[in-house]
Design a binder for this molecule. Structure first.
Ligand code: TEU
Ligand code: CA
Length: 546
């Protein structure tokens, strides 16, 4: 694989501190579902190590691991009972150390998932805290005699739960067993700093920070996030001598550029970048209700953020799938007869923009939404609670269809490695049903195909790594807001590249430049201009005129 081109200071407007991060290409792993190495049906760290070459050869140089700490798994690891030990089912701390060294041996970085807003109620801090008001951990959580407000849990119902042992209510913004930590207590801040330092000591390179906006509450204004001390707390975590070099990406509900500046401007020493979520609403009215939509709406949101982040010298994250979302391809493109074309065109339109690519496991083989015939096939706490609520208002069939559309399990089923009985994921019984289309869509089959999504990604990422212009160049959009296609250029000094992605109907595309033959195309085009088939895309170098 090509080594990323060297960066020169004058290459980018982007602040020096962030320039190196533009060379990162991140692969997100959901450990429970990636690869099972010992036949217990649950993905594990040794399974990930087995697949590191597969990931590396795609053109990846960083891995984001979803939580793999001790946890009762009510929210699949986002309910942590011990931040400094590995989930027994995933392996041991020795396996983790080996994973880190195997990654580093391959020049790959590791981004751990940090969950600072809540712990499992099985965490020692909570078990102590619930014992009473004179316990040293008493104020680690939010305790009230009476329910103080009408906050709702993201997973249905009230965010307040009565605890019989303590005789008070505690706050849980997510599942009942995920108690929100009280960051107003300086001991909580110190405890979370210790967690960060522990993992720095293990050699990690960065953190993806779960619901970072929620660590400061605003009880006066009635918001359980974006409180008055948010930025102070973020700096408590990362603006410290041993932590400033880290790559940090916050998962946040930030919706406007001013907020993003407050989180990510280089001089603030808070976060390197954020995941922004407006484009997640493409193709749906709400999480469980589809809406007819096309790649146009995705394109227009991406363009707005590209322009804003460029203007303010901020680092942007390029992603459209993760472990909380049903795959974008099934919502706004064609996941049947044009699946290969859709998957590849979507990759070209997104990952050649300016920012850090994040690729969710399975995206590189064009994985689509799954479908299950019974609610018993689902595991996700959100899906199960929501199904129960839906069943009060509609028939069980309608409720199941909505869950099938929006469930997070669409992204959490075992990775389909081949078409063998358990999809090559495990020699035992998988912890959740396999991907419903695994016979048709799996890694082996994709790699053997002439139209391999993996190999397209590979070519795209290698081109991007080789061309400084595609990494650092400025973005200019040539298509207009209503065009049924997307054309943009990347320019650095006198060097220009052009990316053209057609959407669902055949179109003639004219270009204002004389281009070389496409360096990348999902249909082997010879020339850049001319007629484009549905979801056809191409990328070319613009011929120099002088
Ligand atoms: O997600 C937080 C978040 O933003 C939720 O609103 C998210 O949309 C959720 O999936 C509801 O659909 C993070 C994690 O990514 C998620 O997996 C966890 O369940 C959650 O935090 C609690 O830790
Ligand atoms: Ca296992």
């Amino acid at each position: 694989m090509a080594v990323p081109a060297e960066m020169k200071a004058e290459d980018s407007m982007l602040n020096r501190k962030y320039q190196d991060f533009l060379r990162w290409v991140v692969y997100q792993i959901y450990p429970r579902s990636f690869m099972d190495s010992n036949g217990d049906g649950i993905g594990d760290l040794n399974g990930i190590i087995e697949k590191l070459d597969y990931i590396r050869q795609l053109g990846i140089n960083a891995v984001w691991l979803c939580p793999c700490y001790q946890s009762p798994n009510d929210d699949n690891g986002y309910d942590i009972s011990d931040y400094e030990n590995i989930m027994t089912e995933f392996g041991t701390m020795k396996d983790m150390e080996r994973l880190i060294s195997e990654l580093h041996k391959r020049d790959m970085k590791l981004i751990m998932d940090l969950v600072p807003n809540h712990t499992s109620t099985a965490h020692r801090w909570f078990r102590e805290s619930r014992k009473g008001k004179d316990n040293p951990y008493s104020d680690f959580y939010y305790w009230y005699d009476e329910i103080p407000n009408d906050w709702k849990s993201a997973f249905c119902g009230s965010a307040w739960e009565y605890d019989h042992i303590r005789g008070q209510y505690y706050l849980h913004s997510f599942a009942v067993s995920q108690a929100d930590l009280n960051w107003e207590n300086p001991a909580v801040v110190r405890a979370m700093q210790d967690v960060v330092d522990f993992w720095i000591g293990k050699g990690v390179d960065g953190f993806r920070v779960d619901v970072i906006d929620m660590i400061s509450k605003d009880f006066n204004k009635g918001h359980n996030g974006f409180g008055p001390r948010l930025h102070e707390f973020i700096r408590d975590l990362f603006d410290r001598d041993n932590a400033r070099y880290l790559f940090t990406v916050g998962e946040s509900g930030v919706q406007d550029i001013d907020e993003m500046i407050r989180h990510c401007a280089a001089e603030r020493n808070e976060l390197s970048t954020l995941f922004l979520f407006d484009h997640m609403e493409c193709g749906r009215k709400d999480k469980f209700t589809p809406k007819p939509d096309t790649l146009k709406s995705l394109r227009n949101i991406l363009i707005r953020w590209q322009q804003e982040t460029d203007k303010h010298d901020l680092l942007y994250t390029l992603f459209y799938d993760n472990h909380d979302q049903s795959p974008m391809i099934s919502r706004i493109a064609n996941d049947r007869e044009y699946r290969y074309e859709s998957a590849t065109a979507m990759a070209a339109m997104l990952y050649l923009l300016k920012g850090i690519p994040f690729i969710y496991q399975g995206q590189e083989i064009g994985m689509t939404a799954s479908h299950y015939n019974s609610i018993d096939c689902f595991d996700d706490v959100e899906s199960i609670n929501t199904y129960r609520e839906f069943c009060r208002e509609m028939s069980a069939e309608e409720a199941l269809e909505k869950i099938n559309f929006g469930s997070r399990d669409n992204a959490r089923h075992p990775m389909p490695w081949n078409d063998q009985p358990q999809g090559g994921f495990t020699a035992g019984e998988p912890w959740m049903p396999l991907y419903s289309r695994y016979h048709e869509i799996n890694v082996d089959k994709d790699l053997a195909s002439e139209r391999s999504v993996y190999r397209f990604y590979q070519r795209l990422l290698s081109l991007r790594a080789d061309q400084r212009t595609l990494l650092y160049g400025s973005v200019k959009v040539l298509s207009s807001e209503n065009d049924p296609f997307f054309i943009y250029t990347r320019t650095l000094d006198n060097d220009t590249w052009i990316v053209a992605c057609n959407f669902e109907s055949t179109q003639r595309i004219n270009l204002p430049f004389d281009c070389e033959a496409p360096a990348l195309s999902n249909m082997n085009r010879n020339g850049m201009a001319g007629e484009y088939a549905p979801y056809e895309c191409a990328v070319a170098h613009v011929r120099k005129t002088e």
